[in-house]
Design a protein around this ligand. Sequence first.
Ligand SMILES: Nc1ncnc2c1ncn2[C@@H]1O[C@H](COP(=O)(O)OP(=O)(O)O)[C@@H](O)[C@H]1O
Ligand SMILES: [Mg+2]
Length: 245
Amino acid sequence: MAHLDISGLEVRYGTVPVLSGIDLAVERGELVGLVGPSGSGKSTLLRALVGLVPPAAGRVVLEGKDVDYASKASLRGLRDHAAIVFQQYNLFQNMSVLDNITVTPVKVRGRPKAEAEAEARALLARVGLAGKERAYPDQLSGGQQQRVAIARALALKPALILLDEVTAALDPELVRDVLDVIKDLAGEGITMLLVSHEMGFIREAAHRVVMMDAGRVVEVGPPSQIFDAPTEERTRAFMSKIIRH
Ligand SMILES: Nc1ncnc2c1ncn2[C@@H]1O[C@H](COP(=O)(O)OP(=O)(O)O)[C@@H](O)[C@H]1O
Ligand SMILES: [Mg+2]
């Protein structure tokens, strides 16, 4: 059974359909890249999956359980399994790195503080930030802050991580460190959906790529297909543009 199974998913903003008939099954541990022109619905798909935008129709099954987006209890259960990280990392500026990572596990989940802190230290080491526990966000570079945001998401032990252009706001020389963290996670069995303009990274790290346009899935395939030999004209047109510019 797929780890995440999306079928017939529809989202509307008001009466305007933004996602239509999205079908996608993702295996456990798979890294799926989402590509497509601006406005094609990539962010909306990630936001809908975690319940930030209510779907108008369709079915989402995560870890064998139907997600009921109308039920608070089901959404709480979902947030135990799925985390989303955005371009703007939104760390709490008045809290140390360690507190940023432990606040939700301790205050919301009731985890013992010492245990949460030990885990946070291990996570910081994993994202290459050992020794930054006591730093405040404004003492870190954008790339370091984004890695703290990823560590904060990991502290919730999600089985599914959704990453929406997490490197888009970073200076070019800081991008690689964040991408390396993402690649490591993919090797550890965490299922990931990744929206990114880093086509080289998607080609190298993604197991499959989803091409979206106008709120629909146009084509799904391995990177070699989507980048080098797309079956759909729309994918071909998109790829020829991004490679040239
Ligand atoms: N909060 C919103 N209200 C109304 N329309 C929105 C909102 N957010 C996004 N849209 C529209 O939904 C479509 C898909 O947007 P989005 O999911 O952000 O695309 P992408 O991430 O692929 O650039 C676009 O036409 C966008 O203008
Ligand atoms: Mg977007």
